[in-house]
Design a protein around this ligand. Structure first.
Ligand code: 4AD
Ligand code: MG
Length: 464
């Protein structure tokens, strides 16, 4: 007999057909009338498939009555429109094969309602829960939207290196990559480590951003985006920081800051509306279990324009807010998360783009404004999540860039290839970086960033 393999997500078209479904048992209930009811989840969507198993199956006693939460099965039978409440279809099992039992004594997902904290300790099994299934599907949708958005606009997807010799953010928070013996590295006469003998003949690190290489590609190809893993060795134990996260970085030749802000806004809008349109069942789950306001947050994100204000205006608004902040506000300081939250959650109640920050608190590559005090930087702030995008127009003038590097304690000679982009056919250009995990936090309402990446890396956390 021909059985049609189907996934739960696409099952509706197959009513009346003989189908095969494979998945994991969520519940088993035995009825007196000679039937057992199984709820099977195959990961393709939040909902389970109800399977009705008659006791007349030859392996009913030997197999079916042993099924517990977590066991894996293949079931074949006719898919029927369900008369019952709560599901549109059900499967009348004609054949059931147990692939693997799950001992109820040892299986950690035996009971419903495990805390997110406990689930973090079983990162290899938490994908089987409703919450992490929903997060994984939304994360997949966000990635798909990222590619669609840029591809539709003629951006080339390029790949930038993970191992690098330059520090993009100039902040020195990098993981070293080396093959030298940590116990006994080769040394120079003055006692310092001899990097000449290292694998690459110089100190190298895991990248904190693909931007600098992205600029080289944009200054030839026009519009590009990178999308890859990024590493930061900052010791931040917060609900918004990971040591390994994924960043999307578009870079566009001939763009100025205003174009960059428009692009960032359209981009986030698209991510929100795609999630609403393509992940309705999962978003409904987040609304019920995680954040009751998530739908209205997403609708407003998708439809209302973002607020835009300069850093100077933001500081004035904060100073006159009457609010008592732990860090008092003063022009020149970096905005703290309490300030960002006040702007998006109290002042505007929606995302805001703060632009034109003081030069002292921003990276060397940002374009210096005529006032000499600010650079053409922008941060997109989202309610609850805070900074979700950081970007800028880039300094395209050679002399100014060199002097900004020196000001930031960097040696222009070490960035000579980057300076070549200004020496030969320089153009105005701009770009930004979106942290994928912060975007997923924004879409799902999940409060801890460690719960939106399958296997999180954070200080003292590299299990699994
Ligand atoms: O603001 P950042 O540091 O900007 C850059 O790296 C630029 N080179 C990007 C560019 O212009 N091409 O980082 C960009 C975004 C942040 O807004 C945030 O969403 C995310 O990356 N991010 C982190 N996400 C998780 N954990 C961390 N430790 C993060 N650090 C930054
Ligand atoms: Mg930033």
């Amino acid at each position: 007999m021909q059985w049609l393999p189907v996934s739960k997500a696409r099952i509706a078209d197959s009513v009346g057909r003989l189908v095969e479904i494979r998945g994991w048992v969520r519940t088993r209930r035995d009825s007196k009338g000679g039937f057992s009811f199984l709820e099977i989840n195959d990961g393709s969507c939040l909902g389970n498939l109800q399977v009705i198993v008659p006791s007349s199956l030859p392996n009913y006693n030997s197999d079916v009555l042993k099924l517990n939460v977590g066991a894996s099965v293949t079931v074949r039978g006719e898919l029927k429109a369900s008369p019952g409440k709560g599901q549109a279809t059900e499967l009348a099992a004609a054949d059931l094969v147990v692939l693997g039992l799950a001992d109820p004594g040892g299986y950690p997902l035996q009971k419903k309602g495990a805390s997110l904290e406990f689930l973090r300790s079983i990162a290899h099994l938490r994908p089987r829960t409703n919450t992490f299934g929903a997060v994984s599907r939304v994360r997949n949708q966000v990635c798909s939207s990222i590619h669609s958005f840029f591809q539709e606009r003629g951006f080339l997807y390029v790949n930038t290196p993970i191992i690098t010799a330059s520090d993009c953010e100039g902040a020195g928070q990098m993981f070293r990559v080396t093959t030298l013996d940590a116990q006994n590295p080769p040394r120079n006469p003055d006692g310092s480590v001899d990097h000449d003998k290292d694998f690459f003949g110089k100190p190298t690190h895991l990248t904190v951003s693909g931007q600098l290489e992205g600029e080289a590609l944009a200054c030839a190809l026009g519009r590009i985006y990178t999308f890859g893993p990024t590493f930061r060795a900052e010791n931040s134990n917060t609900t918004r920081h990971l040591s390994e996260f994924w960043m999307v970085e578009p870079e566009v030749a001939f763009f100025q800051l205003e174009d960059n802000m428009d692009l960032a806004e359209a981009f986030l809008r698209r991510i929100a509306s795609d999630a609403l349109n393509h992940c309705a069942e999962d978003i409904q789950f987040f609304a019920e279990r995680i954040d009751p306001n998530i739908r209205s947050t997403l609708l407003s994100l998708a439809e209302e324009p973002f607020e835009r204000l300069s850093y100077t205006e933001a500081v004035a608004r904060l100073a006159n807010s009457g609010e008592v902040f732990e860090h008092p506000v003063k022009w020149g300081m970096d905005l703290q998360s309490e300030h960002e939250r006040w702007i998006t959650e109290k002042l505007f109640r929606r995302p805001a783009i703060v632009h034109d920050y003081p030069r002292e608190i921003k990276a060397f590559y940002m374009r210096l404004s005529d006032d000499g005090k600010t650079v053409r930087a922008m941060d997109v702030l989202a309610p609850r999540v805070g900074e979700i995008i950081g970007g800028s127009q880039r300094e395209e003038r050679l002399e100014i860039l060199e002097s900004r590097m020196r000001e930031c304690g960097l040696d222009p000679d070490a960035y000579s290839w980057y300076l070549d982009l200004r020496r030969f056919g320089t153009v105005p250009h701009a770009g930004f970086g979106l942290g994928l995990e912060r975007a997923v936090q924004m879409i799902t309402g999940m409060t801890n960033i460690r719960d939106v990446i399958p296997f999180p890396r954070a200080p003292r956390l590299a299990d699994f």
